[in-house]
Design a protein around this ligand. Structure first.
Ligand code: NAD
Ligand code: ZN
Length: 350
């Protein structure tokens, strides 16, 4: 089969590799019919995720058809159309039972990124993928949901919702600031609205991303490259600050922006992968009763989000800006990597 292989920092290829085989009885083999590219794939390609070794098939988002199942797979049969969760999880270890799928204690790999496809196990940017613990890591798709809509449920929608909106405790009427209007920030914007946020301010320095934020439900947009960006956000809250600041970039400066915007008693939900350390003035946070949450997505809300996508309450198809075929995988990467020029949000590869 063909697959996108990480060859070491700065290098990748679309190459012929052997098809994956069932290894454990809980595995399924899925023919990938739709996949996409995530900012994390670009981080890996730069060499910023050293745990990912050359030779790995990248990709952790996908939709496809089950073509083979192991002997202990009960809930799926060959021919089922499925969504592949970005995280594989056994579903019955103590961590999985408490909803912490990203820290599954199952017997393959290790918790944390070990459980994300395209990291310590081969990923979905390939014609076929082996899915461990298939009963818990795959979701059967209803007919009314397209592949393009469904693939947004592999990672970006659960991430924006779980780590941004749920962890941030968004409540009806809240003023919510979302810093970073990339796919993940836009997913937070779309789902904050469903939780009743009264004002949703999208903050980005890319004009096109801010325009897109409106389409996902941002009530206000603020260009963070303007000197008075903070005053503009504060003016929306009568100077008090926001109830919830969601960080969806992954930079120390945007984390600091979130701290700067929160009102007393406010909550900061950090989604971004913070590659560098951040100085925290605990005294300042303490005196303002600020709470901070962060972490890896668990995808335990996927069934609920799938229902909302099927009911057209989340505009999942709007994330897709470009479509390619599998043989155009490298072109798809190029388009995604030059997002500012190409205005790409999610590139669909079918
Ligand atoms: P992205 O790079 O597509 O989007 C980031 C956005 O931030 C862009 O629109 C960019 O213009 C904006 N931005 C950059 N610098 C800025 C600044 N100084 N001020 C304001 N805006 C700025 O990324 P994405 O795919 O949307 O992902 C966002 C973050 O979430 C990344 O760090 C990603 O690795 C992380 N992520 C975390 C999890 C998790 O489990 N917690 C899962 C998936 C992705
Ligand atoms: Zn588990």
């Amino acid at each position: 089969m063909k697959a996108l292989i990480y060859k070491g920092p700065g290098e990748k290829s679309w190459s012929d590799v052997p098809n994956p085989q069932l290894i454990n009885p809980g595995d399924a083999i899925v023919r990938v019919e739709t996949t996409t590219i995530c900012g994390t794939d670009l981080h890996i390609l730069k060499g910023d995720v050293p745990a990912v070794q050359p030779g790995r098939i990248l990709g952790h988002e996908g939709v496809g058809t089950v073509v083979e199942v192991g002997t202990s797979v009960h809930d799926l049969v060959v021919g089922d159309r499925v969504l592949i969760s970005c995280i594989k999880s056994c579903g019955h270890c103590p961590n999985c039972r408490s909803g912490l799928y990203s820290h599954c204690l199952g017997d393959e790999g290790q918790s944390g990124i070990g459980w994300v496809f395209g990291h310590l196990i081969d990923g979905t940017q390939a014609e076929f993928v082996r899915v461990p613990y298939a009963d818990n890591s795959l979701y059967k798709l209803p007919d009314g949901v397209s592949d393009t809509e469904a693939v947004m449920l592999s990672d970006i929608l659960p991430t924006g919702f779980e780590i941004g909106v749920l962890s941030g405790g968004v409540k009806p009427g809240d003023v919510v600031a979302v810093i970073g209007a990339g796919p993940v920030g836009l997913a937070a914007i779309a789902t904050a609205g469903l939780c009743g946020a009264g004002t949703i301010v999208a903050i980005d320095r890319d004009e096109n991303r801010l325009r897109q934020a409106r389409e996902f439900g941002a009530t206000d947009i603020v260009d963070s490259s303007a000197v008075d960006w903070r005053e503009k956000v504060m003016a929306l809250t009568d100077g008090a600050g926001v109830e919830v600041a969601i960080e969806a970039v992954g930079l120390p400066e945007t984390f600091t922006m979130a701290i700067d915007l929160a009102r007393p008693g406010g909550r900061i939900a950090n989604i971004g992968v913070q590659g560098k350390s951040v100085d925290l003035a605990l005294q300042d946070l303490w005196i303002r009763n600020i709470s901070i949450s962060m972490g890896l997505v668990n995808t335990n809300t996927t069934p609920m989000l799938l229902k909302l996508v099927a009911q057209h309450k989340i505009p999942a198809a709007k994330f897709a800006t470009h479509t390619f075929t599998f043989d155009q995988m490298l072109e798809a990467y190029d388009t995604f990597a030059r997002a500012t020029e190409t205005k790409a949000l999610k590139v669909i590869i079918t």
